[in-house]
Ligand binder design. Structure first.
Ligand SMILES: Cc1cc2nc3c(=O)[nH]c(=O)nc-3n(C[C@H](O)[C@H](O)[C@H](O)COP(=O)(O)OP(=O)(O)OC[C@H]3O[C@@H](n4cnc5c(N)ncnc54)[C@H](O)[C@@H]3O)c2cc1C
Length: 418
């Protein structure tokens, strides 16, 4: 099993997988036949997470081969990713509470925590997935659900610690998909509806590789729930218009494909690429994640240098604020532009520039691509209403292969609570 870690590899993988994103995907997707048999899923998540390829490119490739009805299952999965991002963006309190809880829980003792981390619980399937995660940086979606369910309901461990383990070791780690999927399994997303891993379901969808009969807690209560308030971001968008001022462009690991965007006549004076290592993170990312990032960074550096023909630097060492400040001064920048970070560690770290803790003496302008602009703010309720966005999106995709427009986010004014 190989996770594509360059744009070229991701595009090739997409081309190979797109023909089977219709009925075959819907029938086959839920089977976890082990790491050497991953032909039934795309394995694109780590590349999509960093936008080595974009969601739009993935959906567009599918829309050129299948109708929306035929490929609905696959397209909806891609949309789940966007739903989670949009949902968490509207509810920053969920992210920040999660951060606080990780800190608190790391200081407490939980009887089966060490066993779970070292994969020595005696629950064969769980211990297997624990090792698989460590060795590959990936788990099949169904295995993630079973693993999370066993973690929460059989091992009686806090969901936050399990989510944090995934943050450290998944190559596709995404703050929204991960945190909210763990909450969903726990029964916090749809109150009262928790996901229960059963021996029978595991037996069926691993095709008999595992049958933890009589070992799992198959009758648990959901984790207790407190409702999340929505904070409307009040973002306004205008088409991005570059100015003649000296401008630096910061590329970060939430959006690594500048070539999928229509930049008009924008040519930055200089480009800086942020290594995720520079972003504050309350843990230790695995070697596998670092290796994935190194390949993705190398690829992005090469592509971006060709695309913008501006000097490109990679920021891998040091303190984020110092690096950016020194770079801005050295190039006498008047403005810095970057894709607006989503709720997560990068945003938390970057916001220190905005909230006064660290004053960066150069103007910052934040951008979003078309796809994000259309879906931002839409996840006010459940996925069912969010997915009504799929049809118009699909029609736009079928209409052409154009690059995505770049929008500037004008105001992220004081959040309004509902
Ligand atoms: C507890 C738990 C934690 C998870 N953590 C993450 C995470 O950190 N990052 C992440 O990208 N996904 C996460 N997922 C969602 C899902 O498991 C992975 O996206 C999927 O397994 C990736 O494999 P694939 O690329 O072969 O997916 P495919 O089945 O080929 O799907 C195509 C694409 O759709 C998106 N997608 C598919 N399923 C989901 C889903 N359930 N939720 C959101 N997007 C989805 C992904 O971008 C994926 O690449 C998590 C799921 C669970 C249950």
């Amino acid at each position: 099993m190989t996770l594509p870690n360059t744009r070229k590899e991701a595009l090739e993988q997409l081309e190979c997988f797109a023909p089977q994103t219709a009925r075959q995907y819907a029938l086959e997707r839920n089977y976890d036949r082990g790491p050497s048999s991953r032909e039934n899923v795309s394995l694109l998540s780590a590349a999509i997470q960093r936008r080595l390829i974009s969601e739009k490119e993935v959906l567009q490739a599918v829309s050129h081969l299948h109708s929306l009805e035929a490929s609905e299952k696959f397209s909806q999965e891609v949309l789940w990713r966007s739903y989670w991002k949009s949902w968490l963006e509207l509810r920053s309190n969920i992210w920040h509470e999660y951060q606080q809880t990780i800190k608190a829980e790391k200081r407490r003792d939980f009887p089966r925590y060490a066993e779970a981390l070292s994969g020595k619980t005696g629950i064969e399937c769980f211990d297997y997935w624990r090792k698989e995660l460590q060795e590959t940086g990936y788990l099949h979606n169904h295995a993630r659900m079973w693993f999370a369910s066993i973690w929460i309901f059989t091992l009686a461990l806090p969901w936050e610690l399990g989510a944090h383990l995934f943050e450290e070791e998944l190559c596709d780690f995404d703050s929204a998909s991960n945190t909210l999927s763990w909450r969903w399994v726990a029964g916090l997303h749809t109150p009262g509806k928790h996901y229960i891993a059963t021996a029978k379901n595991i037996y069926t969808f691993t095709e008999g590789r595992f049958f933890p009969d009589g070992i799992l807690n198959e009758n648990p209560s959901p984790v207790s729930h407190s409702p999340a308030s929505i904070q409307l971001a009040n973002e306004r968008f205008v088409p991005f218009r570059p100015t003649p001022a000296k401008t630096g462009f910061i590329l970060h690991s939430e959006d690594f494909s500048v070539e999928t965007l229509d930049w008009g006549n924008f040519r930055p004076s200089t480009v800086a690429i942020l290594d995720p290592k520079l972003i504050l993170f309350p843990g230790e990312r695995s070697n596998r994640v670092h290796q994935y990032n190194q390949m993705a960074l190398k690829d992005t550096l090469a592509r971006t240098s060709v695309f913008f023909s501006s000097p490109v630097e990679l920021f891998s060492e040091g303190i984020l604020f110092d690096r950016v400040q020194e770079w801005a001064q050295r190039h006498q920048l008047k403005e810095i532009v970057l894709m607006k970070p989503w709720q997560g560690y990068l945003k938390d770290h970057w916001e220190t520039f905005e909230t006064g803790g660290e004053s960066l003496s150069v103007k910052r302008r934040y951008l979003r691509r078309d796809y994000d602009k259309e879906l931002t703010g839409k996840a006010r309720s459940g996925f069912f209403s969010f997915k009504s966005e799929l049809k118009p999106l699909w029609l736009r995709l079928q209409a052409g292969n154009k690059k995505e427009t770049v929008w500037e986010v004008l105001a992220d004014s004081k959040p309004a609570h509902t």
